[in-house]
Design a protein around this ligand. Structure first.
Ligand code: MF3
Ligand code: CO
Ligand code: CO
Length: 268
């Protein structure tokens, strides 16, 4: 495992990349309404990245080993879709919950990776609770990040909170180091034991992006090669921030004017 410690210059460039990633989500929020298609959302996001920000989408044509190039600029994962939902021509409807996941690449070559849930109209009580618990899981994970801590501390608090609520943690996908590369070491599991795993050091930058299912944790890979859903078709939610380990604790980098604030008592 090779966890890159970012220099002060690289950290400054990551602050910019991450803020820009978050600002794409701020920009798209007013368009995420009943009747809009995820393709339209994707087109608007890409246009904003390229023509307003001067960034690129890290997702478009992304092709890790064993995968066909990803065909869109964003991931839009609706209801029982866990992650990597490919935008399409189906309109969002009342009560849907949709995760929009954006990763920009700046002109300097740095990646800012973040996602949020958007709730269409009035979702079910369970859907709302799943989104709330998942957001709390993200911030509980962030709140234990500090130099001298361990990666397992993050997974442990997330798993505990999700399972206490009667939900389950997806195992097959995890957070990841991020910087000049989209996906770097380490893998940031969203389950596990406190006090285990790599030691956290100032200058590390990684994502925390728990995927929490209302039902069982098992996943199903769709034939499109990308979209991942829950096997039991239960709802799934995800929130993602990119975070920096500082000398004294943690800084969430993918924050912006309109990003939902940390739950009361969980801010850092
Ligand atoms: N943004 C996702 C993550 O959080 C990765 C999406 S890869 C894509 O790691 F190719 F599906 F876009
Ligand atoms: Co990520
Ligand atoms: Co992401």
């Amino acid at each position: 495992m090779n966890i890159i410690i970012k220099t002060p210059e690289e950290i400054e460039k990551m602050r910019v990349a991450c803020r820009l990633g978050a600002e794409v989500l701020d920009y798209i929020a007013p368009f995420v309404k009943v009747g809009v298609t995820t393709q339209e959302i994707d087109r608007l996001c890409l246009d904003y990245m390229v023509n307003v920000q001067g960034t690129k989408s890290a997702c478009l044509n992304y092709a890790p080993p064993g995968y066909a190039p990803y065909p869109a600029a964003t991931c839009t994962s609706i209801n029982h879709q866990i992650c990597h939902g490919i935008p399409n021509d189906r309109a969002l409807k009342e009560g849907d919950i949709v995760n929009i996941d954006v990763t920009v690449i700046t002109k300097d070559g740095f990646h800012g990776d973040t996602s949020r849930m958007f709730l269409l109209g009035t979702p079910s009580i369970q859907a709302k609770r799943l989104c709330d618990i998942t957001f709390e899981c993200l911030w509980l994970g962030i709140s234990v990040v500090k130099p001298g801590g361990r990666l397992g501390d993050i997974g442990a608090v997330i798993q505990k909170h999700a399972e206490k609520a009667g939900f389950s943690v997806v195992r097959e996908f995890c957070g990841h180091g991020v910087g000049r590369s989209f996906h770097e070491d380490p893998q940031v599991l969203h389950y596990g034991r406190a006090g285990t795993g790599a030691e956290l050091k100032p200058g590390m930058i990684f994502t925390i992006e728990p995927m929490i299912n209302a039902g069982k944790a098992a996943i199903r890979q769709m034939p499109d090669g990308w979209t991942v859903t829950t096997k039991d078709r239960s709802l799934s939610a995800q929130y993602e921030h990119t975070v920096l380990v500082t000398e004294t604790g943690v800084e969430a980098l993918t924050v912006s004017k309109d990003c939902p604030p940390a739950p009361v008592g969980m801010g850092v």
